[in-house]
Design a protein around this ligand. Sequence first.
Ligand SMILES: Cc1cc2nc3c(=O)[nH]c(=O)nc-3n(C[C@H](O)[C@H](O)[C@H](O)COP(=O)(O)O)c2cc1C
Length: 306
Amino acid sequence: MGVKLSVRIAGLTLKNPVMNASGTYDPVAYEPFVDPGQLGAVVLKSVTLEPREGNPPPRIHEVPCGLLNSIGIPSVGAKAFVEEKVPALKKYRDAVFIASVAGFTPSEYATVIEVLETAGDLIRAYEVNLSCPNLEKGGRSCALSDDCIREATRLAASKTNKPVIVKLAPDVTDIAAMGKAAVESGADALTVGNTYRAMAVDLRTRRPVFANVVAGYSGPAIKPLTLRAVYETVRAVDVPVIASGGVMTAEDALEYLLVGAKAVQVGTTNFVDPRAMLEVVRGIEKFLDENGIDDVNKFINSLVTQ
Ligand SMILES: Cc1cc2nc3c(=O)[nH]c(=O)nc-3n(C[C@H](O)[C@H](O)[C@H](O)COP(=O)(O)O)c2cc1C
C-alpha cells in the first residue's frame, strides 16, 4: 500500500492522523501493546501546577454506549512531571509528544507551561485542557466562557513558541464562537472536544453515583454529537481541528476526517482494547487504498453537501 498518511498540524508533521486522547493512554504502561512511535502523536495526561490526588472513588461508571468519569485530574505536579515523567519518555525517539496543560485559573495554564518549557524539546506542543473548573468563576469550566477561553489562551500562548492547541468543551451553545475566541487569542489548533457533562444516580441508595454529582460522558454515544461540533468548528476557523469523541473504529475516524478534522484522538476505546489505535491507523490506510486515494489529505474535508 502506498498511501500517504502524514498530516501537518501547526507546524508539526505527524506520521498519521491518529493520536490518543489525554488521560486514556500512558505510553510507558501500554508499551507491550502500542509503540508510541507508531502513533501520529501522543497526548500526555493533563498536568496541574501543584500535585493533586484527584477525586474520591468511584471515579468510573459504565453506562450504555459509554463511560462516565469523575477522575478529577490527579497529577504529580508540573515540576515533578519535568523531573520524573519526561526522562522516562526520552527512549521513544520516534514519538511526537504533546503535553496537556490543566489550570484552575486562566493564569495557571501559563504558569504550568512556563514550568514545562524547562523540559526542553521532548514536548513538541501543548494542548490546553480548558475543561478544568475555573476557581475564579465559581468552579464553572473555563471552556464554557468565551472570556475565560480568551484569557487562558492568550496567557498560555505568551509563554511558548511551541504550538498551542486549545481543547474545547463540545457541549456549549455555540462551539464555532468558542473556537473563534480561542483562535483570535493565539490558538494554533483546536481539539474538539472533551467529555459531556452528565450524571448517574443509584436507585437503590437514591444518591448520585459520583461525589461531585456531575461527571464526564465519553465513548461511542458522543460521536454523533462531537461530529456535529467538529463540522461546525472546521467551518468557522482557519486552523487545524483535532477531533476527540467516541472514536472506536477506523470508520469513526474517517467520518471525522471527512467533515474536516485533520487528526483524531482515541480515548475511551483504549480501555476496551489497548491496540485499538493501531487498528484505526491500519483501517484508515486500508480504506483509502481500497478507494484509490493515495494521500489522506485529499480525503480530509471532502464532505459532499450538495
Ligand atoms: C478516564 C478518562 C480520563 C480523562 N482524562 C483527561 C485529561 O486528563 N485531560 C483531558 O484533557 N481530557 C481527559 N479525558 C477526556 C478525553 O481526553 C477525551 O477528550 C474524551 O474522553 C472524549 O473522547 P472518547 O469518547 O474517545 O473517550 C479523559 C477521559 C477519560 C474517559
